[in-house]
Design a protein around this ligand. Sequence first.
Ligand SMILES: Cc1cc2nc3c(=O)[nH]c(=O)nc-3n(C[C@H](O)[C@H](O)[C@H](O)COP(=O)(O)O)c2cc1C
Length: 367
Amino acid sequence: MDSNCAGKNEQLLLFKRAVESVRNGICITNPRLPDNPIVYVNDAFLEMTTYQRHQVVGRNCRFLQRDDRDQIAIENIREAIRTEQPITTILRNYRRDGSIFWNELTVSPVHDENGTLINFVGVQNDISARKEAEKRVSEFYSVISHELRTPLSSINGALSVIADGSAGKVNAQVMRMVSIALENSERLIRLISDILDWKKIESGKFKLNTSNISPEQLIDSVIAAVKPLACSAQVNLKKEVSTAAELSVDVDRTMQVLTNLVDNAIKFSPVKSTVTVSAELRGLDTVRFSVADQGEGIAPDQLDKLFKVFQQLDSSDSRKAGGTGLGLSISRSLVELHGGQIGVDSVVGKGSTFWFEFYTANSKVHS
Ligand SMILES: Cc1cc2nc3c(=O)[nH]c(=O)nc-3n(C[C@H](O)[C@H](O)[C@H](O)COP(=O)(O)O)c2cc1C
């Protein structure tokens, strides 16, 4: 045997050992044979599926499926195989004893040196434990949110009745305590509705309710809503609108985004500084809303953390702002649901400008 051949054998042995040792299931199919049957599986595949080798070799991998074959993942795999494209997807599969497992599957085509398809290789990963944990976390959130919201709303209602005097006169000291309690119950209600929004967005159940509105109307409504906060923080609010282009958006949700940005800007602004809320046309059919503050600014390495779930730049910031850590990530999702973009430009020591952009109502993107 020449040294070149010995080298090749050694390499083959290396590949064989590696494929046999990995903890992921691996299977190789032959698409040139009828129905693309399995020609090789490693031990991890057998362990995961609890089949024996002779029960799987020669069969198409769909024996891992049962009656619930209307999964979008299966359709996508079929299409990827047809077009000889790689795919990674998650689907429900069944072990030999009928028990279900969640399979994170990657299927890749293997081509020879002439570009001819010779095999497919599948890598299987049992992610049932992760799926189960995600489900429990999700159920926990929704139980907590619903169980908390009802009693909290009645506490909030009762406190509001005392605070506005409808329940009779109370002395100044009690009134002070009532207003602290009221403020905090409102903060908790905001947190719960943030969690519910986030859950709905995450599960893809969020539906936008669109209607037409001008940027100026939106900004006016938001400024009216945040004025009390700006007054108590002694921050000036300035409006700059240079476009009258109509938008087709979910008005409540767009207000929620803009209010969130203005709220944050006020909370992080020094006394006597100005927060500017503006809208301008960019290009032919994009309206950009911007909220510029004169605060401390944000360091460049912190910027990409901003829009992620439960990320606040540091805990002292979150206490100062009284935020949930969800506001910006919900804003990002809401903007993206509209087909828009959100971002921030910031200079440390000068301030930050948060912005988001939507297509105008008569943009071609909508038609
Ligand atoms: C290499 C390879 C690995 C596959 N692994 C799995 C798998 O682990 N589980 C599964 O349900 N389907 C798997 N499939 C997909 C099925 O074999 C089949 O392509 C899919 O069910 C769609 O085609 P069908 O509609 O003809 O069943 C794999 C396919 C290939 C090519």
